[in-house]
Design a protein around this ligand. Sequence first.
Ligand code: DGT
Ligand code: CA
Ligand code: CA
Ligand code: ZN
Length: 568
Amino acid sequence: MENTTIADLFDEMADLMEFRSENPFRIRAYRGGAQAIRDLDEPIAAIADDPNRELADLPGIGKTLAEKTMRLLESGTFPQLEELREAIPPIVIQISRIPGLGAKKAAKLYELLDIESLDDLKRACQEGLVSKLKGFGAKTETMILDGLQIAKQASERIYWATGDELATTIGDYMKTCTAIEMIEWAGSYRRGRETIGDLDLLVVASDRTAAMDFFESFSGRSGTIMRGDTKISIRVAKAFQVDMRLVDADQFGAALQYFTGSQAHNIHLRKLAKERDLKINEYGVFRNDDGSKVAGDTEQSVYQSVGLPWIAPELREDRDEFEWARNDALPELIELSDIVGDLHMHTTATDGNASIREMADAAIKRGLQYIAITDHSKRVTMASGLDAERLRQQWLAIDEIRKEYDGRLQILKGIECDILEKGGMDLPDDCLAEADWVLASVHYGQKQSREQISERILGAIENPHVDCIAHPTGRLINRRPAYDADMEAIMKSAKSHNKWLELNANPARLDLNDIHLAAARRHGIPIVINTDAHSVDGLNVMKYGIKQARRGGLTKRDVANTKSWIDW
Ligand code: DGT
Ligand code: CA
Ligand code: CA
Ligand code: ZN
């Protein structure tokens, strides 16, 4: 059983427990465990098999989860999970994912309205049936209609990071198939979209039947959706679809280009071909007059046939990429190896699970030159956020630790300071003034009006001690929409006050998104890509931020933490 599968099952357990309003600490243990397992860089099954190691010793796991993991590895499930699955129908869970609705109301809707799908619920709302129920008003009905899209997406699309783990596992497995000569992922996964609807694998095989049989023998397969001569679709994990298409070697480039998409990008490309009396399809590029083939074995050849350089998949959304390509102005996209610092992470002082030293050692291992310790400020009571006194104590500790790391890693005295609901910063100016690095974040009052939230963020930007706004829009992919804020005004102010904006690399955040990143780049606002790590392994999410940055067209120059700290 894969790490991702185990993590998904623990998350499912947490969802079900949350639904039952069970002990929040136990729920958090499952969520933390899921995250820890997802972050591991080796198979947990290997650790379980190793007589010299204990699962319970892993950070974030503990004795109970270690036991459950053993059960999962042996039997694919554990009794408590099965009990809860029995008791709570999946559609009720789906309904409860509507932001603001909650478990009790979801269960009630299911019972009272005979709802079997989210579409049923939508219809019931449109017919006004929901507002007539006791305890549900017109307001709830509107909230449901507004939130249905998020709930629907959550049940249909997975995070890019989850897709990446699946794709890596399946790809590694398929590469051991001797009948396969060429293999590449296409689709939204290759483009690095923040969520993935299904995975698309493209293969050249010496023996197609053997390649399809091998695909169907993948250990994580739960069923086959269809099998034809050139395409096969299977289900893996929780009903997620993976397509495999078989093409000839001399069509590989054309097929890769076609199935990478996006659809909009491909339509634009075909239009350019038409202007040159050419036709592009998944088999190649052909002349209209005599039907002869002019390109198709590589992607480069396809783009070249319309006079363009190769365009990176992350840019293929029909935004600016064709204009850039035409003018020889394609950005040289940032890479993970360009990053030399990480300016957002938590420690045991608040809700992290590692010490400053542990984070520092892990940062050195990942090749970083500097980190900022940015625990929460006191408003975040749930994470026992720091007041000025505890923060200054932490800084005294950092003074000591710095001596040990001298010449190896710069450790900056930072803080993730909350922007209060009423406006203003959660810590006094004299305290913030002593920090090397101040992130400002909105965690509370996210439902306030556009004016209020914008004012709060603009106020933080104007505070001379604030350096950067963290996760500037507050969205959680598949769970919570961005708060309503005037991003254009925020960017203008950030630019004029010489402040920076974060790209939070957590795969559930990826905040700023690709569109905002492109806008920030146009404004000339430096972006800082941070992990917001709450554990040592949490530092590994940097690569997801890089993917998102590339979608925004960012180069090394656009990203501040590609530079040494002293160069700023
Ligand atoms: P997803 O799976 O919803 O995350 O998004 P994609 O982009 O991976 O979409 P998918 O899996 O339906 O198809 C993969 C690519 O194949 C898509 O980006 C463009 C291409 N493609 C698929 N079907 C069509 C089609 O009917 N027309 C055109 N022009 N392109 C298509
Ligand atoms: Ca796809
Ligand atoms: Ca597909
Ligand atoms: Zn944080």
